[in-house]
Design a protein around this ligand. Structure first.
Ligand SMILES: Cc1cc2nc3c(=O)[nH]c(=O)nc-3n(C[C@H](O)[C@H](O)[C@H](O)COP(=O)(O)OP(=O)(O)OC[C@H]3O[C@@H](n4cnc5c(N)ncnc54)[C@H](O)[C@@H]3O)c2cc1C
Length: 382
């Protein structure tokens, strides 16, 4: 692997940074305080081509890779994770269509998402099925060529603002192997029987919508199945293998943002007649923060590069995901410590980064689940 970014990738980073630094501060405080989705910001991000860069040009993407998408993610999360998630999270679920969808499904879903005409989501988690994805119980029964969908989903990003969701549901309840019971359905949220209830009071990424949703006899045509019927569990494992590489970039981005604020602070703050940056204990803190960020970045670059080169390595992605999450939490915590009381007050923006960072250790597989994946890859089935 070449560890040098090419000119196009550097331009992408510059453009993403410029957009985030120029626009996010106009929305971030209000969205965080009032837990509102910054719709105008999301539209601008789409107009500038940041959403769906990995989609083929036929579907209004840029035909770039998952790596480039991750680079944009890192820059957005460096400035404000909530705003970053509001803009790029609007395509969550499109990776499933990108990977397994038909041409018609790609035209229907990917093109409007890239153009800022539609928002997507992905509904896997249920009140009784979190880390144990195979226990998802939402049921889709096929009669003729129409599925009837019933069930409840929990913590669904964009649940109350999305135009359509990719939904993991049981279609083959009698399959002996519980991993063969599920399929993925595209569900438009304007179908009768769909309801969403926005969840309020989140610790962080409050600009990003999260909802509990329910399906009551929602009718969906059978051409809305994505990929192979009965393979939904495996399709989602493959999906996560891609999307987790982007979550890593979130952990690195939020850590980088907090680190830069810490560096600025130790150059300016004087105590005991010296700049904080002159104390060795503070220097050690910065060295450790910077090293962890570089290690996490290198891991996710490799993971994303593998994906773009068709190399499937679930172990590496899982390592990168838990390490990036922990790095985000560690570095934002240290950044607050370095700011002292001013960091705790939120005056310097590190308080919000600290709150935002935690989600990376939870969604799309908790860090414990990532470690289980790593261990299983090392030990095999015991
Ligand atoms: C803001 C937000 C957005 C989200 N967005 C989405 C979304 O868009 N779509 C979606 O489907 N879901 C979404 N989720 C759900 C998220 O993916 C789940 O919260 C996560 O997978 C964990 O599931 P759980 O909350 O039910 O926790 P649980 O599975 O109950 O886990 C609780 C704790 O037990 C640990 N644990 C569980 N099993 C094991 C085990 N075998 N060994 C060791 N430890 C274990 C976990 O690591 C965790 O620490 C979102 C969640 C949040 C908070």
């Amino acid at each position: 692997m070449n560890f040098q970014l090419d000119e196009e990738q550097k331009d992408i980073i510059r453009a993403a940074r410029e957009f985030a630094e120029g626009e996010f501060p106009n929305y971030a405080d209000d969205a965080d305080k009032n837990e509102t989705f910054p719709r105008a910001l999301w539209k601008k991000g789409c107009e500038l081509g940041f959403v769906g860069v990995f989609f083929n040009e036929t579907y209004s993407g840029a035909g770039l890779g998952f790596f480039e998408h991750a680079l944009i993610m890192e820059e957005f999360w460096r400035v404000d994770p909530g705003c970053g998630q509001a803009v790029l999270g609007a395509l969550f679920g499109s990776q499933m269509i990108h990977l397994f969808g038909t041409d018609a499904q790609k035209k229907k879903c990917l093109t409007p998402v890239a153009r800022g005409e539609a928002i997507m989501g992905s509904a896997i988690t249920e009140p009784d099925a979190g880390s144990d994805v195979a226990s998802v119980a939402t049921r889709a029964e096929l009669r003729g060529n129409v599925y009837t969908l019933n069930g409840n989903k929990m913590f669904i990003s964009n649940g109350s603002i999305a135009d359509y969701l990719t939904v993991l549901c049981v279609t083959h309840p009698d399959a002996e192997n519980r991993h063969h019971r599920h399929s993925v359905l595209i569900v438009e949220t304007d179908r009768e029987g769909y309801e969403a209830n926005k969840l309020k009071g989140k610790l962080g990424i409050r600009a990003s919508d999260t909802a509990e949703v329910s399906f009551s006899n929602v009718k969906v045509p059978d051409d809305h199945i994505v990929g192979k019927p009965g393979r939904g569990f495996y399709h989602f494992m493959e999906f996560f293998n891609h999307t987790r590489a982007h979550i890593c970039a979130q952990g690195v981005g939020v850590a980088q943002g907090a680190f830069e604020k810490a560096v600025k602070h130790v150059r300016a703050r004087v105590q005991f007649g010296k700049y904080l940056g002159q104390f060795q204990s503070i220097q050690f803190k910065l060295a450790e923060m910077a090293t962890r960020i570089e290690a996490a970045r290198t891991l996710y670059w490799r993971a994303a590069w593998n994906i773009d080169h068709g190399i499937e390595d679930h172990k590496l992605v899982a390592m990168a995901k838990w390490f990036a999450g922990e790095t985000g939490v560690y570095v934002t915590n240290e950044a607050i410590q370095i700011h002292g009381g001013y960091g705790y007050l939120g005056e310097y923006g590190v308080e919000r980064l600290y709150r935002d960072a935690k989600i990376v250790e939870i969604y799309e597989g908790t860090k414990e689940i990532e470690k289980l994946i790593v261990a299983r890859n090392i030990l095999g089935k015991m």
